[in-house]
Design a protein around this ligand. Structure first.
Ligand code: PGA
Length: 290
């Protein structure tokens, strides 16, 4: 696959923010970068968060479907607000765009006011569900244990879970990035077998880069992606590590996607703000690694 070949070291400068401290433990294995890469199909996923009204959502979904049709080698998904799952599923009919939700509760059914089950999500055609997004962690108090219950339930339902991990700015600055990823992966994937890993996508989203306009430089993103892939070598197997899709998220846009996608361990993007307009998301789907 061409886009994995370019060395991260050759990517050159970027206007992106680059906190001055290295990501963590110096002794960490970086074996994954040296591998010849398995065939991984990039996944570009929009996370619409709490945005758009219904007519805008339907129009955007149709535009995404049309854009995705022009990029046969890229998987595309949109994670939409709950009320839009059904109409967006309709708008995406016949397209290759996967429907996604932004969260799910771990119980099957019952007296859980305002909660939405994985069975409900599946019944309306969802394929993907996010778990552990930093906004869920920070605003709604999702703990690692909660996130793990969600991950297991999403998998048990036969859906694909996009598990989000990433460090806060203070954690990056104190050299804790790899430890944070280790902790969130260990807790979030407790009880997830190697077989189940085919239903997991990881989104590495440094919290300081989300919605701030501060993207990690490709070098910084690649360093953590390589760490995460090596984490899978150590905790699962080389086979699982080679196969797992690791998306980058945090202010991805049409101007930085090509450099990010040239990094060997970056397999796609989870995109917030820039997924809300086709002028911004279209070029992300149509990325050309630099
Ligand atoms: P952003 O959001 O692209 O607006 O930074 C990314 C995300 O939160 O998934």
């Amino acid at each position: 696959m061409l886009y994995v070949v370019v060395s991260a070291l050759l990517l050159g400068g970027s206007s992106a923010y680059a906190p001055g401290v290295s990501a963590g433990r110096a002794a960490v294995s970086m074996r994954s970068s040296a591998l010849s890469m398995a065939e991984r199909t990039p996944l570009m996923a929009g996370n619409w968060k709490m945005n758009l009204l219904l007519p805008e959502a339907i129009a955007l979904a149709k535009d995404v479907a049309a854009a995705a049709a022009k990029s046969p080698k890229v998987d595309v998904a949109v994670c939409v607000p709950y009320p839009y799952l059904v109409p967006v599923a309709e708008a995406l009919k016949g397209s290759k765009v996967g429907l996604g939700a932004q969260d799910a509760f771990w119980e099957t059914a019952g007296a859980y006011t305002a909660a939405v089950s994985t069975g409900m999500l599946k019944s309306v055609g969802s394929k993907y569900v996010l778990a552990g997004h930093s906004e869920r962690r920070a605003v709604f108090g999702d703990s690692d244990a909660d996130i793990n219950k969600k991950v297991l339930k999403i998998i048990a339902e036969g859906l694909t879970c996009i598990l989000c991990v990433g460090e806060l700015k203070e954690e990056r600055e104190s050299g804790e990035t790899f430890n944070v990823c280790d902790k969130q992966l260990t807790a979030g994937l407790k009880g997830v077998s190697a077989e189940m890993m085919t239903q997991i996508v990881i989104a590495y989203e440094p919290v300081w880069a989300i919605g701030t306009g501060l993207t990690a430089t490709p070098e910084i993103a690649q360093e953590t992606h390589a760490y995460i892939r090596s984490w899978f070598v150590e905790n699962y197997s080389q086979k699982v590590a080679d196969a797992v899709i690791i998306q980058y998220g945090g202010s991805v846009n049409a101007g930085n996607v090509d450099k990010l996608m040239a990094c060997p361990d970056i397999d796609g993007a989870l995109v917030g703000g820039a997924s809300l307009k086709i002028d911004a998301f279209g070029p992300i789907i149509a990325f050309k690694p630099l």
